[in-house]
Design a protein around this ligand. Sequence first.
Ligand SMILES: *[C@@H]1O[C@H](CO)[C@@H](O)[C@H](O)[C@H]1NC(C)=O
Ligand SMILES: *[C@@H]1O[C@H](CO)[C@@H](O)[C@H](O)[C@H]1NC(C)=O
Ligand SMILES: *[C@@H]1O[C@H](CO)[C@@H](O)[C@H](O)[C@H]1NC(C)=O
Ligand SMILES: *[C@@H]1O[C@H](CO)[C@@H](O)[C@H](O)[C@H]1NC(C)=O
Ligand SMILES: *[C@@H]1O[C@H](CO)[C@@H](O)[C@H](O)[C@H]1NC(C)=O
Ligand SMILES: *[C@@H]1O[C@H](CO)[C@@H](O)[C@H](O)[C@H]1NC(C)=O
Ligand SMILES: *[C@@H]1O[C@H](CO)[C@@H](O)[C@H](O)[C@H]1NC(C)=O
Ligand SMILES: *[C@@H]1O[C@H](CO)[C@@H](O)[C@H](O)[C@H]1NC(C)=O
Ligand SMILES: *[C@@H]1O[C@H](CO)[C@@H](O)[C@H](O)[C@H]1NC(C)=O
Ligand SMILES: *[C@@H]1O[C@H](CO)[C@@H](O)[C@H](O)[C@H]1NC(C)=O
Ligand SMILES: *[C@@H]1O[C@H](CO)[C@@H](O)[C@H](O)[C@H]1NC(C)=O
Ligand SMILES: [Ca+2]
Length: 570
Amino acid sequence: MRSIWVPLTAALAALTDAATPSTLAELCTNSIAKAALPPSEFIQGITIDSDSVTTDVVTNSSVSSDFYPSATISYCNVTFAYSHDGIDGDQVLLEIWLPAPSDFQNRWLSTGGGGYAINSGDQSLPGGVMYGAASGMTDGGFGGFSNNADTAMLLANGTLNYETLYMFAYKAHRELSLLGKAFTRNIYGLSDSDKLYAYYQGCSEGGREGWSQVQRYGDEWDGAIIGAPAFRWSFQQTQHLYSNVVEKTLNYYPSPCELDKIVNETILACDPMDGKTDGVVARTDLCLLDFNITSIEGQSYACAASRGTPAQNGTVSAQAIQVAQTILNGLHDSDGRRVYFSYQPTAAFDDAETQYNATTGTWELDIDQLGGEYIALLVHKNGTTLDSLDGVTYDTLKDWMIAGMQEYFSTLQTTWPDLTPFHNNGGKVIHYHGDADFSIPTAASIRFWESVRTIMYPNQDYNASADALNDWYRLYTIPGAGHCAPNDAMPNGPFPQTNLAVMIDWVENGVTPTTLNATVLQGEHEGENQQLCAWPLRPLWTNDTMECVYDQRSIDSWHYDLDAVPMPVY
Ligand SMILES: *[C@@H]1O[C@H](CO)[C@@H](O)[C@H](O)[C@H]1NC(C)=O
Ligand SMILES: *[C@@H]1O[C@H](CO)[C@@H](O)[C@H](O)[C@H]1NC(C)=O
Ligand SMILES: *[C@@H]1O[C@H](CO)[C@@H](O)[C@H](O)[C@H]1NC(C)=O
Ligand SMILES: *[C@@H]1O[C@H](CO)[C@@H](O)[C@H](O)[C@H]1NC(C)=O
Ligand SMILES: *[C@@H]1O[C@H](CO)[C@@H](O)[C@H](O)[C@H]1NC(C)=O
Ligand SMILES: *[C@@H]1O[C@H](CO)[C@@H](O)[C@H](O)[C@H]1NC(C)=O
Ligand SMILES: *[C@@H]1O[C@H](CO)[C@@H](O)[C@H](O)[C@H]1NC(C)=O
Ligand SMILES: *[C@@H]1O[C@H](CO)[C@@H](O)[C@H](O)[C@H]1NC(C)=O
Ligand SMILES: *[C@@H]1O[C@H](CO)[C@@H](O)[C@H](O)[C@H]1NC(C)=O
Ligand SMILES: *[C@@H]1O[C@H](CO)[C@@H](O)[C@H](O)[C@H]1NC(C)=O
Ligand SMILES: *[C@@H]1O[C@H](CO)[C@@H](O)[C@H](O)[C@H]1NC(C)=O
Ligand SMILES: [Ca+2]
């Protein structure tokens, strides 16, 4: 696939008149990398610092992850910096890993981060290098690859750093793709007519970053692999505080063991509903519809002491059931109208986690700082932790969701549902989400897919529009999986580890992933292959054979009328 080395610019020609780099060592020099930098003003208002280039050969590095198969890779680690004209002290760093010229397969991969990080350090780049893709990440201009956006977001109390906000929201990824692809073309000597396939891979905040580009730049990628995206930002972040407000409102603070017992018993009860008793709840929708956690009340639980927490035992109380059920019901305002939805049953109650007070010997409120940080940093704009929920009610949460939707609509909200430019450009999306995600509700992804369907195919019935969307944007839920990872509580569940291989096959060979390839990554069935159903079809096992079935009752259970919000929520 690799094309012949054709120097593109005079500078490049001058530096490479001797020999075409054919080995990693020949490719991986500062002078070759410098010569391959796009010219300054390649993007209006950006100056590339050619003196900043670093290059390093890395050979035979063993890599493994839930997001790509284990491999041993060799690459050239290139970094360089650029700045935005007119901003004092601005510096953005890019890191790009280049496969050896003989391994390069005309591919680019952009990668994203998690939480307030815009990259995943050295965790995501191997997933592209192993498929012959030059693979890149950015530091967003936040002061180094391990500095997160939150550390740079507040200039002073009451004043956000809007450049940081926009870089984090979508601008840094646009620049990474443009600069990274141009650099890749130059250094491997692609001609203008050579195709450079462009991909994206990221989960959680990395998933939101992926959508930020697909929603804005139709020509950026041929294929985007997006897991459990942290989009619908104001709702998603505020939702992390809902469990705490439930505990406060009901004045009951369950121990971690008591909540764990509720999760375990839910898994036990709902496991067979998918037709296979294997310790995995593949149909959390049936679990939601047909299992009432009230039956867990009175069951005894016990957990051994562990660091910082004492041994816990007791019987599941009516109050604990009420807390859990209210969390599962999702946020409603004081008029009983629905504001948002919650995690699926079987998801761990992470947001509800309490802390032990050794003085009083009781469990107390522990404010979830995923939610707390959003309020402190981007709503109050005066810090990064929320110290108190005093006076915070369900209606306060509603107000934060709605006000935040307006304030961050063009930056972090990331739910623009018209993907026409991306689709017209031939783009493909693989979107996946763990059924037992405890950090981003699985229904959040279903809602967006359904929003795209209704906005882009308004005149077709459900099946016709679903089929049309599934031609290029497919959403898969992962039985048993937690947040962007397999789940110890359901170890026999699969995880889609080969997504980039599947996407390459779809984009470059036209092989549609009717079901998504997945592998059991732990436990007694480790290594076993499973397939994931594409929404709106749901998995159902009969005699050890899985089928993807259409189940109207299940489909309906994922649709929520957010009647407390006076605006469409995509
Ligand atoms: C990398 O591994 C290959 C194959 O095992 C071996 O031939 C080569 O010497 C190794 N390179 C280095 C630098 O260790
Ligand atoms: C890549 O290079 C940068 C800059 O020298 C360095 O900070 C980073 O640790 C390197 N990464 C790897 C995996 O070698
Ligand atoms: C904001 O105010 C708090 C409390 O007065 C102070 O501790 C903090 O340093 C201030 N933060 C900034 C970024 O000015
Ligand atoms: C829940 O199940 C896990 C095994 O998946 C076990 O380790 C844990 O102790 C159980 N918790 C309770 C409270 O029974
Ligand atoms: C669960 O069962 C209890 C007790 O029978 C009942 O009060 C409650 O309404 C049921 N909840 C749901 C969601 O059906
Ligand atoms: C339950 O905890 C109490 C102390 O709180 C302890 O005495 C008892 O042995 C525990 N029972 C079990 C079954 O772990
Ligand atoms: C534990 O409870 C006591 C008594 O209410 C309180 O003074 C103390 O601050 C609490 N400790 C922590 C770590 O919250
Ligand atoms: C931040 O602002 C909120 C809302 O105005 C206020 O309640 C809180 O005390 C402030 N926190 C700090 C650390 O200044
Ligand atoms: C949609 O297709 C499913 C089969 O995939 C079928 O069972 C269902 O009846 C169809 N719905 C409509 C409204 O045609
Ligand atoms: C599908 O996954 C299996 C392991 O479960 C793997 O052997 C196979 O190569 C994967 N297929 C693709 C297209 O990557
Ligand atoms: C499942 O297996 C049982 C027992 O072997 C058999 O009676 C039944 O017909 C099978 N069902 C299907 C749908 O194949
Ligand atoms: Ca099962």
